[in-house]
Design a protein around this ligand. Structure first.
Ligand SMILES: Nc1ncnc2c1ncn2[C@@H]1O[C@H](COP(=O)(O)OP(=O)(O)OP(=O)(O)O)[C@@H](O)[C@H]1O
Ligand SMILES: O=C(O)C[C@@H](O)[C@H](O)C(=O)CO
Length: 327
């Protein structure tokens, strides 16, 4: 079980704050889409919003554009009760990343990302506060924040502060290929970060990317052995509809099934899972209980149109777990 310090704040997200534009006309290609609904997006933003929705106290370290979109994001975070004191506004004319989503079918969804000159990757090392990182029980790091400088260096400064103050780091790999120059670059920086993290969460495919230069070749137990040999106390490997597995340093392993869902769209599952999983760890639950809570949260979010706005409450999750059986 992960032991957290007693702190002012439960979790601080670090990474991108973006806008999701989810097609309203579902089950058709985006070429035929006329209208979208705007939501706050960005995986770490979704996770922080999900955590706050579950009653945790969340904050964020990030950078937004100096325009209506940036202000929309900050306003929304504040409406949710999330601390935005460490969300800075870019002054170089950078823009907000846009994620246009296409829902062709429950199984066939895609995301078109506009991420040129985005503000979130301009977060500077000097904009990461040591005291702020030290004020939280855990830091939620999105792997995409490592995709380019200066955000990359800001991440490593945040990791230094977190390790110094025993702020536990949850590293959600969140691999988004369109943000990286190459898979090799991703592998190098993911490894450097993962070796300084306490919990690592990713899909099998995301671990495969991180293990590009490793002996490990797609085997969950070898993956766990690799990353638990560093600082990590817990490695969680997600397998979509096949559920997820968790591995601890002492060899304990856990498995979680999935809760049947009336799937509208599949994206957002990982963010819902991560926020509820972090909630479980912070309650002192074991990994199996936390994973199950995460799976139930994911089942709810993929049945709804949004990601951030769809994040459930504890009551929502508990009701689903009481009325549905995971498989
Ligand atoms: N079709 C589904 N039905 C029910 N639960 C699902 C489904 N797909 C995913 N989940 C749940 O969500 C969790 C995370 O999903 P997945 O493994 O796809 O991660 P991910 O790829 O990070 O998600 P995302 O699609 O948001 O990027 C799974 O472990 C499972 O519990
Ligand atoms: O993380 C992104 O940049 C895209 C998200 O905003 C979107 O909601 C999603 O893919 C959730 O996983």
């Amino acid at each position: 079980m992960i032991q957290f310090e007693t702190r002012e704040r439960d979790v601080i997200g670090l990474g991108r704050l973006c806008i999701d534009l989810n097609a309203n006309e579902i089950h058709r290609p985006m070429e035929e889409t006329r209208t979208f609904t705007k939501y706050v997006g960005g995986s770490p933003a979704n996770i922080a919003i999900g955590a706050q929705r579950l009653g945790l106290s969340a904050g964020f370290i990030g950078k937004v554009s100096d325009d209506q979109m940036g202000r929309y994001i900050v306003n929304y975070l504040e409406e949710q009760g999330i601390d935005t004191s460490n969300v800075v506004t870019d002054k170089t004319g950078a823009v907000t990343g846009l994620a246009f989503t296409e829902i062709l079918s429950p199984e066939d969804c895609s995301i078109l990302m506009y991420r040129d000159n985005v503000a979130d990757l301009l977060l500077a090392p000097s904009e990461v506060s040591e005291a702020y990182v030290a004020s939280a029980k855990c830091l939620l790091l999105s792997g995409t924040a490592l995709a380019s400088s200066p955000s990359r260096e800001a991440v490593f400064v945040a990791l230094t502060y977190a390790n110094k103050h025993n702020t536990k780091v949850v590293f959600d790999l969140d691999y988004r290929p369109y943000t990286w120059k190459s898979m090799e670059e991703t592998a190098v920086y993911y490894r450097l970060a993962a070796e300084k993290c306490d919990v690592i969460v990713g899909t099998r495919e995301e671990f495969d990317v991180m293990e590009t230069f490793s002996e490990v070749k797609g085997d969950d137990q070898q993956t766990a052995r690799e990353w638990l040999s560093h600082q990590a106390e817990l490695v969680v490997i997600k397998h979509g509809q096949d559920g997820s597995k968790a591995y601890e340093k002492d060899g304990t392993t856990y498995r979680s099934g999935v809760y049947p869902s009336n799937v509208l769209k599949t994206f957002g599952a990982g963010d819902a899972y991560a926020s509820a999983f972090i909630y479980g760890l912070l309650q002192g639950w074991n990994a199996e209980q936390a994973m199950s809570f995460g799976s139930a949260s994911a089942s709810i979010v993929i049945s709804r149109h949004s990601c951030s706005e769809a994040m459930p409450t504890v009551a929502d999750i508990e009701e689903l777990m009481q009325t549905t059986t995971a498989k």
